[in-house]
Design a protein around this ligand. Structure first.
Ligand code: FAD
Ligand code: SF4
Ligand code: SF4
Ligand code: SF4
Length: 383
C-alpha cells in the first residue's frame, strides 16, 4: 500500500504503453486506470501532432486513446491549465486528470485561486521538468548544431545535461550548456525556472534517480498526496502497475540532480536580471516598440483574468488603434500580473514580435518578492 511521502520505482504491465512510454509508463498507466475506473471523466495530456516538434494538448474520454499520449515531447511548450479553463469548464462540471509540468501546476493553482478552475475536481500527475525547447529553434538547432535534417529525427531527449537525438543513421548528444551559450537549448524562462519536481501535484514522476537494472525501464514516483497514494495503491491492486521501493542511492542522486538544477536556475536569473538592471527602461522601451497590439500576451497569460473594459474607447493613456503601443499598454499589464507571474513563458513564446515579455515580468516578480516577502514574514519566492 502506497503512502504520502513514498519514493517508488513504478512500471506498467501493459506492453503497448511500455513500448511508447518515456521510461516506466507509470504516468500513462495511472491516467488510464483513473479514466477506466471513473475516478476522472476526462484526461488532459499531450500527443505528437504533425511531427516531433508539434505537441498538441488532447482531452481524452476513451481510455484506449491514452496510449497515443505516452512519451515526452521536449519541444512541447504548451500550458495545460488554460486548456482546462477555456475548454473544459474549469473542471467545474467534470473531474479532470491532467499531466503537469511545474509551470502547468503553478498556473492551475493560480487559476484555482481566481475561481477559474475547481482544483477539488483535478487529479494532477506531475512530471519533473528540466526544461522545454521552442519548436522552431529546436529544428534550427538540430540542423545547424547537430548537422542533421530535423525531419529525420525519430526521438529527442534531455539526459545527463545533454540534448540527445536519435535519427535515421545514428544518434548524437551535445551538452545543453554549450547549446545555450550559443542561443539554442531550453527556452529562456526554463533556464530560470526553479520548479523542477512538482511536489504540489498528487504524484511527481520522472527519470532522475532510477538506477541499476531498472534504469530507463521504470518511472521514479514521489507520492505527494493521499489522493496520489490511493491511485497508486488501486492501480497496483488491479495489476496495471508494479512498484518497488526506490534505491536509496537513486534517491540521493535525484536529490543532487535537483540541487544542481536549482543552482543553474539561480545562475541564469543572475545573468538575465543583471543584464536587464543596467538598462531597464531603455530595454523595455526598445523591445516593446515592436508591439503590434495583438493581445496574445494578455489572452494567453494564466494569471491575467480579462474583464470587459468598456472604457477602452475613452482611454487617455493607451490610444486605440495606435501602434507602436503607448508605454502604458505594457506598464498596465506588468502592474497587474507581475506580482503573480509564474514564469511559464507563454507571453514570450506566443508574441509575434518576439518581445522577451516573460523576462520582464519574471524579473519584476522576483525583485518584488525578494524585497518585500521577507519583511512580510513570507518565504522568499523560489519558483
Ligand atoms: P509516460 O507514460 O511516457 O507519459 C508521459 C506523459 O507526459 C504523457 O501523459 C504525455 O502526455 C506527457 N507529456 C509529454 N510531453 C509533454 C509536454 N511537453 N508537456 C506536458 N506533458 C507532456 N524527468 C526528469 O526526471 N528529469 C527531467 O529533467 C525531465 N524533464 C522533462 C522535460 C519535459 C519537457 C517533459 C515533458 C518531461 C520531463 N521529465 C523529466 C519527465 C520524464 O520525461 C517522463 O515524463 C516521466 O519520467 C514519466 O515517465 P513515464 O514513462 O511514466 O511517462
Ligand atoms: Fe519546465 Fe519550468 Fe520550463 Fe515549465 S517553465 S517547461 S516547468 S522548466
Ligand atoms: Fe506566464 Fe508571461 Fe503571464 Fe508570467 S506574464 S505568468 S510568464 S504568460
Ligand atoms: Fe504586443 Fe507581443 Fe503582446 Fe502582441 S503578444 S500585444 S505584439 S507584446
Amino acid at each position: 500500500m502506497a503512502a504520502k511521502g513514498d519514493m517508488l520505482y513504478a512500471w506498467t504491465t501493459d506492453s503497448g504503453i511500455a513500448k511508447k512510454a518515456e521510461c516506466g509508463g507509470a504516468v500513462t498507466t495511472l491516467l488510464k486506470y483513473a479514466l477506466e475506473n471513473k475516478i476522472v471523466d476526462v484526461v488532459v495530456a499531450v500527443k505528437k501532432g504533425f511531427d516531433l516538434y508539434d505537441a498538441i494538448p488532447v482531452a481524452i474520454t476513451d481510455a484506449k486513446d491514452l496510449d497515443q499520449t505516452a512519451g515526452s515531447l521536449h519541444c512541447g511548450t504548451l500550458l495545460m491549465s488554460t486548456f482546462i479553463q477555456k475548454y473544459l469548464d474549469g473542471a467545474k462540471s467534470m473531474k479532470v486528470g491532467v499531466v503537469v509540468k511545474g509551470c502547468d501546476l503553478m498556473s492551475l493553482i493560480e487559476l484555482g485561486k481566481r475561481n477559474e478552475i475547481n482544483m477539488n475536481n483535478v487529479l494532477t500527475i506531475g512530471v519533473n521538468c528540466g526544461g522545454s525547447v521552442n519548436p522552431i529553434l529546436g529544428r534550427k538547432m538540430i540542423k545547424e548544431k547537430f548537422g542533421v535534417d530535423p525531419d529525420k529525427v525519430t526521438k529527442e531527449e534531455i539526459d545527463k545535461g545533454q540534448f540527445i537525438i536519435e535519427y535515421e543513421g545514428g544518434h548524437k548528444g551535445i551538452k545543453i550548456d554549450d547549446l545555450e551559450d550559443e542561443g539554442f537549448g531550453r527556452r529562456s524562462n526554463c533556464r530560470r525556472c526553479k520548479y523542477k519536481i512538482p511536489r504540489q501535484a498528487d504524484l511527481a514522476c520522472g527519470n532522475w534517480g532510477v538506477i541499476g537494472d531498472k534504469a530507463g525501464k521504470a518511472t521514479f514516483v514521489e507520492v505527494c498526496s493521499d489522493k496520489g497514494a490511493d491511485l497508486i495503491t488501486k492501480a497496483v491492486g488491479a495489476k496495471k502497475l508494479e512498484t518497488s521501493a526506490a534505491d536509496p542511492k537513486g534517491i540521493e542522486i535525484r536529490g543532487k540532480t535537483e540541487g544542481a538544477m536549482l543552482k543553474l536556475g539561480e545562475k541564469w536569473r543572475k545573468k538575465d536580471f543583471t543584464a536587464l538592471r543596467d538598462n531597464l527602461w531603455e530595454t523595455i522601451n526598445k523591445e516593446t516598440s515592436r508591439c503590434i497590439k495583438c493581445y496574445s500576451c494578455i489572452d494567453k497569460c494564466p494569471v491575467c483574468i480579462q474583464i470587459p473594459f468598456d472604457g477602452r474607447a475613452d482611454d487617455i493613456m493607451v490610444r486605440p488603434g495606435f501602434i507602436p503601443s503607448d508605454p502604458m499598454f505594457h506598464l498596465r499589464r506588468f502592474a497587474h500580473i507581475s506580482d503573480s507571474c509564474i514564469n511559464c513563458g507563454q507571453c514570450e513564446e506566443l508574441c509575434p514580435a518576439e518581445i522577451p515579455l516573460a523576462l520582464f515580468s519574471h524579473a519584476i516578480r522576483v525583485e518584488a518578492d525578494n524585497a518585500f516577502a521577507p519583511k512580510l514574514g513570507a518565504a522568499p519566492y523560489k519558483n
